[in-house]
Design a binder for this molecule. Structure first.
Ligand code: COA
Length: 256
């Protein structure tokens, strides 16, 4: 199972479990997570959600083989990744992320839709969309400038520069940095605290904090989709994906 889900003590745990591929996320994995989030909405046994990776890697982002295969199929709104991200961004219950190791691409993007983001001091974040001939997705092109300020967001999104847990904390992307060996216990303890609080209060508080932005997030996702779908099957992205699997640097000089 590339995604492990389990429920105990009011907490739905969703865990990336594909370490041989650095937890790269396939369509099937997105679908499992999308379904788990949807089911959690109506399940009174779930009072908080915790998303985690492995101690050495959160996720290497979207599976690049899947990107190559699916580029021309599926309407963009129906892709499992879209279902997952929409369910995450609209989740009425609190979502905690526990991030250790690399969080690439959507691994960083998804954090902008979680509530409490705890990160190990060894975490490394990156959104290398331009390096792949792509553009940001799931409202990150709006949320990151809001969170970090445009100048810092531009460095991360135009250059795709990786950044540390300390940088992520200083720019306001994550809630707290904890020692790597304490991350899971700390995230679990915070989830347990949430699960003990009145669910109706948590729902109302989250909704009040998020509702003003919902329409803007949806609109930005649609705007990004206009570019992303085309870019996924364009020659620049094909060159980038081929270069990754051939373990060489991409050559974009022939594209204007
Ligand atoms: N999609 C598909 N396979 C991936 C992958 C991805 N996003 N990321 C890693 N893998 C695979 C590699 O192809 C390799 O497979 P192999 O053992 O069959 O050759 C395996 O996972 C290990 O990856 P490797 O690159 O050797 O690990 P590393 O520790 O040197 O580097 C990363 C880890 C995450 C820095 C690196 O794998 C990486 O940059 N991955 C791509 C990230 C990316 O561009 N994601 C998309 C963002 S939109």
């Amino acid at each position: 199972m590339d995604i492990l889900t389990s429920k105990s003590n009011g907490i739905l745990m969703i865990e990336f479990n594909r370490p041989d591929k650095k937890n790269a996320i396939t369509a099937a994995m997105y679908q499992t997570m999308a379904d788990a989030l949807k089911e959690a909405e109506a399940d009174p046994a779930v009072r908080a959600i915790l998303i985690a990776g492995k101690p050495e890697i959160f996720t290497a982002g979207n599976d690049l083989e899947d990107f190559m295969k699916n580029s021309s199929q599926d309407a963009i709104g129906e892709r499992p990744v879209t279902q997952f991200m929409v369910n995450l961004s609209r989740a009425p219950k609190p979502v905690i992320a526990a991030v250790a190791g690399a969080a690439v691409g959507i691994g960083t993007t998804m954090l902008m839709h979680c509530d409490l983001i705890y990160t190990a001091d060894n975490a490394k974040f990156s959104m290398p969309f331009t390096q792949l001939g792509l553009c940001p997705e799931f409202a990150s092109s709006m949320l990151l400038p809001q969170i970090a300020g445009y100048p810092r967001a531009a460095e991360k999104l135009l250059l795709g520069e990786a950044f540390s847990a300390k940088d992520a904390y200083e720019m306001g992307l994550v809630t707290r940095v904890v020692p790597a060996d304490e991350l899971r216990a700390f995230a679990n303890a915070q989830a347990t605290r949430l699960a003990a609080l009145p669910a109706s209060s948590l729902r109302a508080t989250k909704s009040l904090m998020k509702s003003a932005q919902t329409a803007a997030i949806d609109a930005q996702m649609m705007e990004e989709n206009k570019y992303f779908g085309t870019m996924l099957s364009a020659p620049e992205a094909k060159e980038a994906f081929a270069a990754f699997f051939q373990k060489r640097k991409p050559d974009f000089t022939r594209f204007s």
